[in-house]
Design a protein around this ligand. Structure first.
Ligand SMILES: [Zn+2]
Length: 444
């Protein structure tokens, strides 16, 4: 048993949302009890104890859209790379990186990404992977890293015809093999989806293959209308808009996750809603790629299950919260926009998205829920309660405030020290391999 206490407790459980001096008791990977710290420490004197030291105890974060493949790109300089638009960014940067990833580099990229997630208090990651340098076994290499580090993760490989038919077929196979493997696993720590890059790099033939090969119980994870080109190409080649194309191929549904959805119209939003399809918004990435601002507030108001991701841009969900909060105010010229919607996306909807793939309740601290818990080093300068906890998180915290990260009852980080890996050694190895990748890319 593990007791985390002596801090303000934010549970996200509507029946018991906040305690000024609370504690959470963990047993066998699940929350056994939450309550007053003095009471629980008297009741369970033999439990191992993590002292929150007056900080904030809350559920660990969930990231609904990540890119492990981008890990070795930080600080890279590619000869001749001067993007004029989103397609140049994809081809010149991201496809160039992923074409040069083998399974060793993929695994190290996963280790790096998961380390940063743990350090930012995020323990559930939906990743969208590409490594066209080596496709077979790539998802299994990532899963190995997740297991070693103690992370909960849902993986997929992005099918695309950009590297030719043979590679898109290998990508379909990798997804199918991995989904079957994850479905047979009983730990509730690993899940698989059928990843697809985007409509504009997937032919009808490949769409048909993806649909045909999808194992029962899984859905798709695909970029939708991230750039205007994706829409223009779809209209030109297929005489329909992207969401209509996906609907016609039977890609939509409650297990399918659409990333971005920037250029979608009212009819497409209706289709997304009526099929109970999920959407994930990635504010910083959309701004950084100059792709535009999606109608995220409208999607939330329409009742579409919309979550928050980072698209590899950051691993800090609080940073994503901060940026989404100001992006939609700025975009809509409305200072009242996004106050309620973004925290709903981050704290409620990401948990609902995750629980379409993982059985144990996530994103909440209540008996029976997953013991995915973090401690934030935060001493509120103003009164803090259940009603204004989100305001404290938004304006007073960031991922670096996380001192302790627990996932599935296992301590992954305590007092900023990682428990499941030698961080120094891992980073040295990743730096060395990154240099090799950069040299390889620039020797072309
Ligand atoms: Zn993405």
């Amino acid at each position: 048993m593990l007791l985390i206490g002596n801090g303000r407790l934010v549970t996200r459980d509507p029946e018991n949302p906040f305690r000024e001096n609370g504690a959470v008791l963990i047993e066998d990977g699940k929350i056994k009890e939450t309550g007053e710290f003095p009471e629980l420490s008297r009741k369970y004197p033999k439990a191992d104890f993590i002292d929150a030291k007056g900080g904030v105890i809350m559920p660990a974060f969930i990231n609904a859209h990540e890119h492990i493949y981008s890990a070795m790109a930080r600080g890279i300089s590619i000869n001749g790379y001067q993007p004029k638009g989103f397609l140049d960014i994809l081809d010149g940067m991201w496809w160039t990186v992923d074409r040069n990833l083998d399974n060793r580099k993929t695994k190290l990229s996963a280790i790096e990404t998961y380390i940063e997630c743990i350090k930012n208090g995020c323990t559930t990651v939906f990743d969208h992977h590409a490594s066209f340098g080596e496709i077979p076994g790539s998802l299994f290499a990532i899963a190995e890293a997740a297991k070693e580090l103690g992370m909960r993760t849902c993986l997929c490989y992005e099918i695309s015809d950009r590297g030719g038919k043979e590679k898109s077929r290998a990508a379909v196979e990798e997804n199918v093999d991995f989904i079957r493997y994850a479905q047979a696993d009983t730990s509730d720590m690993i899940a698989g989806m059928m990843g697809m890059h985007a409509s504009f790099t997937i032919s009808d033939e490949t769409m048909e293959l993806c649909r045909k090969e999808l194992p029962e119980g899984a859905g798709f994870h695909i970029h939708v209308a991230e750039g205007i080109y994706d829409l223009h190409q779809c209209l030109k080649e297929h005489s329909k808009r992207i969401v209509d194309r996906l609907y016609d191929w039977d890609i939509l549904g409650p297990k399918t996750l659409l990333a971005h959805c920037i250029y979608v119209n009212a009819h497409e939003m209706e289709l997304i809603h009526d099929t109970n399809t999920m959407v994930v918004h990635n504010p910083e990435s959309n701004m950084g790629n100059a792709c535009g601002c999606p109608p995220t507030m409208e999607m939330v108001h329409r009742g579409i299950l919309t979550g928050l991701g980072t698209d590899g841009y950051t691993h800090d969900m609080v940073e994503s919260y901060k940026v989404a909060n100001i992006l939609h105010k700025h975009h809509l010229c409305d200072p009242n926009a996004a106050w309620g919607e973004v925290p709903q996306m981050l704290f409620e909807n990401n948990a609902k998205i995750a629980n379409r793939y993982f059985k144990t309740p996530l994103g909440v601290l209540k008996p029976g829920a997953a013991a995915d818990v973090i401690v934030m080093d935060y001493n509120p300068p103003t009164p803090m309660s259940a009603d204004n906890a989100n305001g404290h998180i938004l304006f007073g915290m960031n991922g670096r405030c996380v001192t302790t990260t627990v996932c599935n009852g296992q301590i992954l980080m305590k007092d900023r020290v990682l428990h499941t890996i030698d961080e120094e050694k891992a980073m040295a190895e990743i730096r060395k391999e990154s240099q090799k990748l950069w040299d390889k890319i620039n020797s072309r």
